[in-house]
Ligand binder design. Structure first.
Ligand code: ADE
Length: 255
């Protein structure tokens, strides 16, 4: 049983490639895929690309070409929920596309043909990922002084692992009023979003179509506000790949 580890960031992928036993690089659909073993498990590592279409293509290739049995996604996200701070992690319980709107033909956010707006992640895989994420954030709280790294960092505060709804859309959210509007509009419709990113819901949909278990974890790199474009690259360079490395290895050991 091969596990796909889908990374959003090149730094995350290269950190994992460095740990691969029997690494083999293959090109397919203009993307590099790495086959090998991590923590004694057969894996394929891939980069999602940015945005929903690129991520859907990568997920489809992982399933069709590499025959993976499960897909696990790591990356970063903007925190929009109360108390979802830079340096926290969010394990997805389910996914929604915040830019899906085929109204009035279908209710807003509903994915046409699926009779629902939210796609649920695999519960057992998500539970394993949440365990790995919780262990990682508690040890990371002592390791990184996030206040020195990003303005949104919280000095001395314990970082948290959250579990809940993540929203994806083809848009980097980098304005406080936009983040607020996005969150409150969804919340008023019963969707309490913790974080926003640009790929996960697409991968969830592909995995749903193929009946492949899917789980995702996102480290919060910014608050999707007016400083998000500054916080994001700094965080990615310093913290995100280290988080991903720890979480993926701990997850695979428990699989
Ligand atoms: N990924 C990380 N931060 C993000 C943001 N603010 N908007 C969309 N995707 C993100």
């Amino acid at each position: 049983m091969t596990t796909a580890i889908l990374s959003a960031l090149p730094d995350e992928q290269s950190t994992l490639v460095a740990h691969l036993v029997h690494p083999q690089r293959l090109m397919h659909a203009g993307r590099a895929f790495w086959r090998g073993e991590l923590a004694g498990r057969a894996v394929v590592l891939a980069l999602s690309g940015i945005g929903k279409v690129a991520a859907a293509t990568t997920a489809t290739a992982l399933i069709e070409r590499f025959g993976v049995a499960r897909v696990v996604f790591t990356g970063v996200a903007g925190g929009v929920g109360d108390g979802v701070n830079v340096g926290d992690v969010v394990v997805a319980q389910d996914y929604l596309q915040h830019d899906m709107d085929a109204s009035p033909l279908f209710p807003r956010w509903e994915v046409p043909g699926y009779a629902r707006s939210r796609l649920v992640c695999d519960a057992p895989l998500s539970a394993l990922l949440l365990g790995a994420a919780s262990a990682c954030v508690s040890s990371a709280s002592g390791q990184f002084d996030l206040n020195n790294l990003v303005p949104g960092g919280t000095r001395g505060a314990a970082h948290r692992a959250h579990h809940g709804l993540i929203a994806s859309g083809d848009r980097f959210v980098s304005a406080a009023d936009e983040a607020h509007r996005l969150r409150t509009t969804l919340r008023d419709a019963g969707h309490d979003v913790l974080a926003v990113e640009m790929e996960g819901a697409a991968v969830a949909q592909v995995c749903h179509d193929y009946g492949i278990p899917f789980a995702a974890v996102r480290t919060i790199s910014d608050r999707a506000d007016d400083t998000a474009h500054v916080d994001f690259p700094r965080f990615v360079q310093t913290v995100a790949s280290r988080y991903a490395e720890h979480m993926v290895l701990a997850f695979l050991q428990k699989l």
